[in-house]
Design a protein around this ligand. Structure first.
Ligand code: TXA
Ligand code: MG
Length: 339
């Protein structure tokens, strides 16, 4: 298939993207978190094509993106009070909320679940495209299933060229990790995926929030999960990755003692010059927001570098660091060393 490459800065580009989407096509679009592969959320066959283009398992539901609160009422059957509080505070923004779905959402979109994940993105290009299409857009991250989420136009081109109708360039994503996901379908709100909107912020706004154990731990074989995406291998680089929990000093010492051919350090900016192996940095030790912004790009660079053995320095496990840790521990296949 021919893939139309668009630049959001050019006149008419978002209009063109919106028209493709209205006609049942697929377009990769920028959001503030990561790029998303969008389709009309009401169109079952367009949504089925998302799964094909990404090689995504059919039981992994899609997030539906909206640009106003009227659209929300078309796709969910009711909005819990606590979800309203979070919407007031964090929408538009990098927060996804799971609620009971309305009949307008086809089963393919929600992977046969009775619920739907909803997000109101803040990115001006995403908002403009949803507004111009006049439709809620289903959009998972615009990567091939299993590879790191795309944070630039080039990442989308690398993964999806020839597999989708269009890709629109809106620059690099500022947040860099996918949205925080909170579920409102059970008795208590549950954090399913940490992101830029932190657990601390959620609790400040609505009180008690449980944390799904899949956020930090490996699932048991065959374990039933609230969020199907969590059971799949994610962000897995070709190299064998180990996550090291240690002070900067101990981390540097450990890696230098384990140097050798094909060994790489996935480290903080401040550590690079102290390391005797090849390095890929993912931000300052002192900025979890920077670490989130660069982590996926760093994982892609590790793959391109031909690394065989990677020692990644663990971020702190709070604030936005929880989101970075959650992605890294999956990249490491849950192989963690605590020094
Ligand atoms: O930031 C983001 O959320 C990006 C941008 C494009 O918006 N999207 C994204 O989508 O990360 P995706 O498909 O890569 O991740 C969606 C996650 C999956 O783990 C999926 O299982 C979960 O959300 N999910 C979607 N609908 C759900 C539902 N009804 N119940 C439980 N989990 C759901
Ligand atoms: Mg994804």
């Amino acid at each position: 298939m021919e893939t139309l490459l668009l630049d959001a800065k050019n006149k008419g580009a978002t209009e063109t993207a919106a028209n493709i989407l209205k006609n049942g096509g697929l377009v990769a679009i920028p959001t503030e978190t990561v790029y998303g592969l969008a389709a009309n959320a009401f169109d079952a066959s367009a949504c089925a094509n998302i799964f094909k283009a990404k090689g995504r398992p059919g039981d992994n539901p899609l997030i539906v993106h909206i640009c106003n609160m009227e659209m929300l009422s078309e796709i969910v059957s009711e909005v819990p009070e606590k979800a309203k509080l979070l919407a007031e505070k964090f929408w538009p923004g990098p927060l996804t909320m799971i609620m009971k779905k309305s009949e307008n959402i086809p089963d393919v979109t929600s992977a046969n679940l009775p619920s739907v994940a909803v997000r109101f993105p803040a990115h001006p290009v995403a908002k403009e495209i949803i507004e111009k299409a006049g439709l809620p857009l289903a959009a998972p991250s615009a990567n091939l299933s299993g590879s790191p989420s795309p944070t630039t136009f080039e990442h989308c081109v690398h993964d999806l060229m020839g597999r989708v109708d269009g890709i629109i360039d809106g620059g690099a994503c500022e947040v860099g990790v996918e949205s925080t996901i909170i579920s409102f379908v059970g008795e208590k709100p549950v954090l399913l995926r940490p992101g830029y909107v932190t657990l601390e912020q959620l609790r400040e706004t609505i009180g008690e929030v449980e944390v799904s154990h899949a956020v930090l731990e490996k699932l048991e074989e065959g374990e039933k999960v609230l969020s199907p995406g969590m059971k799949y291998k994610h962000y897995a680089p070709k190299a064998q990755v180990t996550l090291i929990k240690a002070s900067s000093e101990d981390y540097v010492k450990y890696v230098n003692e384990h140097s050798g051919e094909g060994v790489f350090a996935l480290c903080f900016d401040e550590e690079a010059e102290k390391l005797s192996v090849s390095t890929v940095c993912y931000g300052s030790e002192f900025s979890d927001a920077q670490q989130a912004e660069h982590i996926f790009e760093a994982l892609r660079r590790i793959d391109e570098s031909g690394a065989e053995r990677v020692y990644a320095h663990s971020p702190k496990v709070s604030g936005i660091g929880l989101a970075v840790y959650n992605r890294l521990i999956r990249a490491a296949g849950f192989d963690v060393i605590e020094l």
